[in-house]
Design a protein around this ligand. Sequence first.
Ligand code: SF4
Length: 460
Amino acid sequence: MLLKHTPKEIKERNALTINPAKTCQPIGAMYAALGIHGCLPHSHGSQGCCSYHRSALTRHYKEPVMAGTSSFTEGASVFGGQANLIQAINNIFTVYNPDIIAIHTTCLSETIGDDVNQIVGKAVEENKVPEGKRIMYCSTPSYIGSHVTGFSNMVEGIIREFPVSTGTKNRKINIIPGWVEPSDMREIKALAKTMGVEIIMFPDTSDVMDAPQTGTHEFYPRGGTTIAQLEAAGDAKYTLALGKYCSEAGAIALENKCGIKFKTLDLPIGISATDRFISTLSNIAGIPVPQSITDERGRLVDMITDMQQYLYCKKVALWGDPDQLIALTEFLLDLDAKPAFVVSGTPGKYFMERMEQLLGKDMGGAKVQNGSCADMFLMHQWIKNEGCDLLLGNTYGKYIARDENIPFVRMGFPIYDRVGHSYFPTVGYKGAMYMLEKILGVLMDKQDADSSEEAFELVM
Ligand code: SF4
C-alpha cells in the first residue's frame, strides 16, 4: 500500500495540491523548442530548474536532451539575470554553434522581472548574435498554467520570430500538432502525404526525440522544422491547430501576423476526432480522402465491433493534459466505455465546457475537475469510493494501479517506466487501433487473472 494515507473521505480544498496532474511550464517550452531544427533550448534561471526540465524529457523520451542555463546564483537572483543571459548567448553560439537559441524563463527570472526581449536586443547590439543566427523566446512563469501552457507559449514564440508574409501564397497547410509524441507527428505527416496534401508542421520532434541509433552522437539531430519552413509558414493557405490548449494561441498569433485563417480541432486521437481531422484536411486542400485511409478506418471499425463486449460500460479514470483528455473521452464514449473520473492539473474554462459537450449535462454523472486542486490524490479518493475498471494516464498512476489492483494503460506525459510511446502513434486510425489493443490487453489480462478455473477461457 504505497498510498495508504489516502483517505476515502473527501474534504474541500482550495489552496493545497497533492500529487499534481501537471508539471512545470518550461518543460513544455523546451519540448516545443526541440521540434525546431538546429535549436538549442535555453533555460533562463538556475541550474536546478534546467536539470529538472532536461531530466523529465530525457526520462520520458529516452533520448539525451541538450539545453543551456543562465546559471543564476545569489547575485543574479538579486540584481537580475541580464549579464548571465548575454554571457550565455555568447558562449552558446561560440561553443555549441546552434542555428537558433530558444530562451524560456523560469519562476525565478519571472519573479525578478527580467525582460528577455530587451536582453536579447542588447545581445544583438553587443554583437553576441552571429550573422544568420536566430533567437526566439517566451515567458514561462511556472506558478501559473502548466507544461501545456509552456508548450503553447513557445509555439507563440516561434510565430513571433519566423513566419513572414511575402504577399505570394504557397499551397501549403500549416499544422500545429500540439503536444504529442514524435511518433504522432510522424503519423500526421504520413497521413497528409498519403492524401497528397503539402503541409508545414511545427514544432516537429520526429527524428529529434526518436532519432535512430547510428553509433554517432548528433548534437543537432536531422529532424525538426527548418527555418526556411517556418518562414514559409507565413505564406501558407490555412492553419490547422490541433488541440485548443497547446496550439490555438499560436494559430491566432499567426493569423494576426500574416493573415492566415485557421481552424482548431481536437487532437486526432480516436475515431471521431480523426474523422474530423481527415475530412477537414481533405476539404481545405480540395483533395478527396484516398481509399487506403478509408480502409484503415474500416479496419478500426471492425476491431471495435469485434471487441465491443469487453469495453461496454467499463468505468475509466483518466488524468493528464486537457487536449489529450478531451480526445480520449470522446474515444472512450465511441467504444461504449464510461469515462467516470477525469482530472487535469492544467487550468482553463474551455476544458469543462468541452467535457460537458461530450459527456452531456452535469457531465453525464462523471466526476470531472481541472485546475490546481484537480490532482492524483483526489482521483485516488474518487476511485476508493466508487471503484473503476481501467486507469488511463501518465506514469504517476502506477501507485493507484498497484494499491487498488486496477488495469492501467500509460498515456500522456510523463511516462518514465515503459517504452513505446515515442515510437507507436496514438493519433489517426492506426493510433486508435494501437490504443484499443493496449486497453483490451490489460482488461483481458485482468479477466484471465480473476477467472476461476472453470471460467478460464482459451478463446476470448
Ligand atoms: S522553480 Fe519553477 S521553473 Fe524551476 S523547476 Fe520549479 S516550477 Fe519549474
